[in-house]
Ligand binder design. Structure first.
Ligand code: TRP
Length: 334
């Protein structure tokens, strides 16, 4: 039997997941679980790197994120879920990795830089936040992941992980750590309902997997389109028009989407008609997800137990990796 490739990915539990998460990585995970040994981690410790003031929010969202996973069809029979902070070897490996990266290198991570700007930290960046890419490298390597399905904003983290693995293996003359590969989503990043490049839970431009039909309706009606498409007769722009980007991502009738695009470009097709169709598509996509989510939410203990059982399994593997790490470094005193 050939050994299955190992996949690991995760999310920070700071809010419910949305359509951007679906397109960016949940869809890939549903696919990967069929032929990979897949781990999905709830990154509560990483969430605390910028939510240290609100651990309660992180705690509450562990269940919410787990519900989202199960509702979209990440299958606990095929995927192992776990909670990051309950795996002590991740923290220990992070400490050793920190000695193999320079402060200067950390300062130049483009995603971290953008986040520092967005959060308005200025010079007062929490040190834990600054080093989260290193702890993410430990998340990935502790289970010896081969692939990491992520959105493009996470590419710098995978690059950082590869650098650390190479450095570790070279320095300690070992092959115990595995270089992971990023697996990018086949679909482009989903813009926000406001037309901004990224859908974000804190940006007020997201459609959540748990949204009820009334909310979805309100959000789709209020969506940004082509600002120059003032009258129905005017030709409209399809590129950069999030209504069409969403249709590309979620409508299965590709021919109908092409027809709508052509008509819109020619002129004579009103925004409200396109939005009405998008609403139909999204309601049909999200309805079964919401129903399943509501059903599962009635039994939070079942869901939390799944996470705890997965965590136990991962701890066994993580301790084994850590043992090899300590042996390679020659600090296996006991
Ligand atoms: N940084 C990721 C995000 O913000 C979450 C994450 C933490 C992650 N650890 C990971 C993703 C390991 C992939 C692999 O979405």
């Amino acid at each position: 039997m050939i050994k299955k490739k190992i996949a690991l990915t995760g999310d920070r539990p700071t809010g419910k997941l949305h359509l951007g998460h679906y397109v960016g990585s949940l869809a890939t995970r549903i696919r990967l679980q069929e032929d990979h040994k897949q781990y999905v981690m709830i990154a509560d410790a990483q969430a605390l790197t910028d939510y240290a003031h609100d651990p309660q929010r992180v705690r509450e969202n562990i269940l919410q994120v787990a519900l989202d996973y199960l509702a979209v069809g990440i299958d606990p029979q095929k995927t192992t879920f776990f909670i990051q902070s309950l795996i002590p070897p991740i923290a220990e490996l992070t400490i050793y990795f920190l000695n193999l990266v320079t402060w200067n290198r950390l300062k130049h991570n483009p995603t971290v830089k953008a986040e520092i700007q967005q959060k308005g930290y200025g010079e007062e960046v929490p040190a834990g936040f600054m080093i989260y890419p290193v702890s993410q490298a430990a998340d990935i390597t502790i289970v010896k992941a081969d692939v990491v399905p992520v959105g493009d904003d996470q590419l710098p983290m995978i690059e950082q992980t590869v650098e650390l693995v190479r450095k570790f293996n070279r320095l300690y003359k070992t092959e115990c750590l595995i270089e992971p590969k990023a697996l990018l989503s086949p679909m482009a990043r989903l813009p926000g309902t406001d037309g901004l490049a990224k859908m974000g839970k804190s940006l007020g431009n997201a459609i959540f997997l748990a949204d009820i039909p009334d909310e979805i309706t309100k959000k789709v009606k209020g969506m940004y389109t082509d600002p120059n498409h003032l009258r129905v007769e005017d030709p409209g722009k399809v590129e950069g028009n999030p209504v069409f980007t969403y249709l590309d991502a979620f409508a299965s009738d590709k021919e109908k989407v092409e027809d709508l695009k052509n008509h819109y470009r020619r002129g004579g097709l009103g925004d409200s008609v396109v939005k009405k169709y998008l609403l139909e598509v999204l309601l049909a996509f999200l309805e079964p997800i919401r129903k399943k989510r509501e059903e599962l939410a009635k039994d939070p203990k079942y869901v939390m137990d799944l996470l705890f059982r997965g965590t136990d399994q991962v701890n066994v593997i993580a301790h084994q990796t850590l043992k090899e790490v300590r042996q390679s470094m020659g600090i296996d005193y006991v």
